[in-house]
Ligand binder design. Sequence first.
Ligand code: GAP
Length: 513
Amino acid sequence: MANQEDLLKKVVAHAKEYGFVFPSSEIYDGLGAVYDYGQYGSELKNNIKSFWWKAMVQMHENIVGIDASIFMHPTTWKASGHVDAFNDPLVDNKDSKKRYRADVLVEDHIAKLEGKLNKEVEKARKRFGDSFDEAQFRDTNGRVLQYQQKINDINDRLKAAMDNGQLADLKQLIEDLEIVCPISGSKNWTDVRQFNLMFSTELGSVADGANTIYLRPETAQGIFVNFLNVQKTGRMKIPFGIAQIGKAFRNEIIARQFIFRMREFEQMEMQFFVKPGDEMEWYEYWKEKRMNWHNALGLGEDNYRFYDHLNLAHYANAACDIQFNFPMGFKELEGIHSRTDFDLKAHEKYSGKKLQFFDPQENQSYVPYVVETSIGLDRTFLAVMSAAYQQETLEDGSERVVLKIPAALAPVKVAVLPLVKKDGLPEKAREILDDLKFDYNCQYDEKDAIGRRYRRQDAIGTPYCVTIDHESLQDNTVTLRDRDSTKQERLHIQDLKKRIETLVSVNTLLTKL
Ligand code: GAP
């Protein structure tokens, strides 16, 4: 656990030092849970978006993409339920005057118990050595079972209180568990209150009779309100999907865990409209498709798992998360939800407009059901960065920090490096760069010894370095160095482009789907 927390700290520091992610408005000491993507971060983000867009839109004849506005008519959020129900339960400590999410206080308490449980397991592992059977130990050890029982009980009470909106029960749970404020150390809590997560602002000047509008808390509603526009203009037939990538805003109270939970973030969502009754089949289809997308990245299949929602929202008839093994543990990366006809029906009701599909085969109109896939772009970024970050000792004994980012997502694909800064090598290198730059984001670097230049490229995750030496001037060959293996191959300059294409193209990922 300590190592994992350490990893998050290292990733945060590395992301800042190497131009991936900066705290927002840092010269003014930053803004909580808001971050800026730097020169390499924005490239990585764009590449993730491109892989998602191509996988969802380009690879599916029946999925199209849109780009809806962040501002929407305020009634949208009444219809979607966000005005009335998009709340977090908050509790204040009367002594420190600090505000907390009540459910997170309880979750932190559970995490502590899990920590103690895991300690027991680790102690036993040391004691028993190679013969240790972890599963059996977890099933039979008295102390571990006690911890597990406690965790389950608390989880059940937390779920029941959250699902039924029983704020008094939540407060009782905090009191029963004797949770103290991390700052004041006291148990002097206020009652738990609901707090809406949507940011609001004013449209038009106040004198004109301003209208309160919201910054969208999810991109999905931009798709629902455009369902008919897209279906008619695109002559789409059920089943079909609408995809979108865009910003969403939530006034998250807990500002921590880097870009995992932000107040301004990006979602990549797809709403798939199906015939009522077919939704479970499509739900299973999209679970598999989306897991394949994650696995294609090669971050390790063991780092992903499905987590089924046990207590479903009132409008869903199935829902699960794809969780990723972040440095903080397994946490939600993507949601897959079978949302029935809840959203379209609600918009029909509030707008007075029909949002239906005429099915020529059935010779009738119906409100389609929806299966949604919703993935956080920033969380995907964090997943890639934390799996990619590695400290290694090379064969020659030297140390390096390398980002083993999937080549197709790497911010810089190729670095072009003349071995020395003279004898015509820089000119030759520039010739190669001028050819490659039409297809790839490349970097030219002639400063410092070649080893230091390789280290700089390793640190930003550049998968390939092309080195030009004196031999290159004689026979038009160069070396191509692989970031992960550090192995070099010699090849002819005229074969370079083709070779790189096979290594870094996003098609290498798309063909795995
Ligand atoms: N339309 C469904 C929807 O918005 P969600 O589970 O609330 O569902 C979907 O959000 C995804 O958006 C999450 O799985 C997560 O990856 C990402 N996400 C949600 N809140 C976030 C936040 N505050 N910061 C970063 N990503 C967030």
